[in-house]
Design a protein around this ligand. Structure first.
Ligand code: F6R
Length: 363
């Protein structure tokens, strides 16, 4: 049932091109994003005052990308909180507020309670889930399915990719009455091209990540850094590594290093820098220099043929060039495969990490 792969996690990473196709299918009409599921919300969506995103773990990281995107691109004020905090915080919500709840399983207890609280306050809840008929899907005002198919590996991989693709389309659809349709259809076109981009990425990523994993699997600590759209990737890369390889890893906004975390770094504490070709690259390069000055080894994921980055780091992986909000997508398979190969090199079963469950129905 693993289709010839040694683990479900690897199989599911290799399914990502098809997952993306399924996530996108039916969501584009006349070259523009279209969500049939949201038609019934009509007025509520054209009069949004603000968006609040609610999620846990990897779904929260997808939410961070969406929060930034919906603000940048659709000009809608957006907040985000992990569900376990949102529930116990008094965020004023009411008519005109839309809550986007993201939960792959549709059963996460904190997210569900967050939804109940949001609806009581008068906000409308749109949930994004992979499981038809799940509790969260039944308790929301509208449901968007990510159509990723069953995911057996405990660590979220293809569902994260599907969440990101659907969330970008959703963000783009919320920009429809604010932006030039030409600009939106260009972005949509790029999103439609992602399955092909992923196919070419997966043709070489596994070998590159395995090589890197062999170099780094014995370290006890790892720091992931990024800025802008790459900050969620730093968090997600660190989460994948810690949950399946049990190596201590944390993600930081690169600009925050000098406010404390840089004190940790030395030759035994490598840094994983997410540094695509975007407007923040120069700042990231200077952060990388700061870490090199502490003798920390730096692995970078950068855009292809980036000489500046390759001169500044110890090892690197190159990803295809895409528009800034799409980088969290193309970075994902590399972060997942690196964590996978480190876990395997350390002798662990990545499909069944200790202490973790696929759906977290306890609070
Ligand atoms: C990490 C992972 C978890 C889940 C989190 C939320 O790989 O899978 O962090 O993302 O438990 O789960 P859902 O999305 O089902 O609400």
């Amino acid at each position: 049932e693993k289709g010839g792969y040694p683990h479900f996690m690897l199989k599911e990473i290799y399914e990502e091109p098809q997952t993306l196709r399924n996530a996108i299918t039916g969501r584009i009409k006349s070259k523009l994003p279209h969500f049939r599921e949201l038609e019934k919300m009509g007025e509520d969506l054209t009069k949004i005052k603000g968006i609040t995103v609610l999620a846990c773990g990897t779904s929260y990281h997808a939410g961070l990308v969406f929060q930034r995107f919906v603000q940048d691109y659709a000009g809608i004020r957006a907040e985000i909180d992990v569900a376990s905090e949102f529930r116990y915080r008094n965020l004023p919500l009411g008519e005109g507020d839309v809550v986007i709840a993201i939960s792959q399983s549709g059963e996460t207890a904190d997210t569900l309670e967050g939804i109940r609280k949001a609806r009581q306050s008068g906000a409308k809840v749109v949930s994004l889930t992979n499981v038809v008929g799940s509790t969260i899907s039944r308790e929301s005002d509208a449901v968007i399915y990510i159509n990723a198919g069953p995911e057996i590996g405990v660590a979220a991989t293809k569902t994260y990719v599907a969440q990101l693709a659907v969330l970008l389309l959703l963000g783009a659809s919320l920009a429809l009455n604010k932006r030039n349709p030409e600009v939106i259809s260009q972005l949509v076109n790029e999103i439609e091209g992602l399955p092909t981009v992923f196919e070419s990425v997966l043709a070489s990523a596994d070998e590159q990540c395995q090589r890197l994993a062999r170099e780094y699997y014995q370290f006890r600590h790892f720091m992931y850094i990024g800025r802008g759209y790459s900050y969620p990737s730093a968090l997600e890369g660190a989460l994948k590594l810690k949950e399946i390889s049990y190596i201590h890893a944390s993600g930081y906004q690169a600009g925050e290093l000098k406010h404390g975390p840089i004190a940790l770094l030395d030759r035994d504490f490598p840094v994983f820098a997410i540094i695509p070709e975007d407007e923040l690259k120069a700042k990231m390069l200077s952060n990388i220099m700061e870490t090199r000055a502490r003798d920390a080894k730096v692995v970078a994921i950068c855009s292809e043929s980036d000489r500046e980055v390759s001169r500044a780091v110890n090892s690197r992986i190159e990803v295809p060039k895409v528009s800034a909000p799409l980088y969290p997508l193309v970075m994902s398979p590399y972060l997942q495969l690196f964590a996978y190969h480190v876990a395997v090199a350390r002798g662990y079963d990545p499909d069944r990490p200790r202490n973790l469950a696929k759906s977290v129905t306890v609070e």
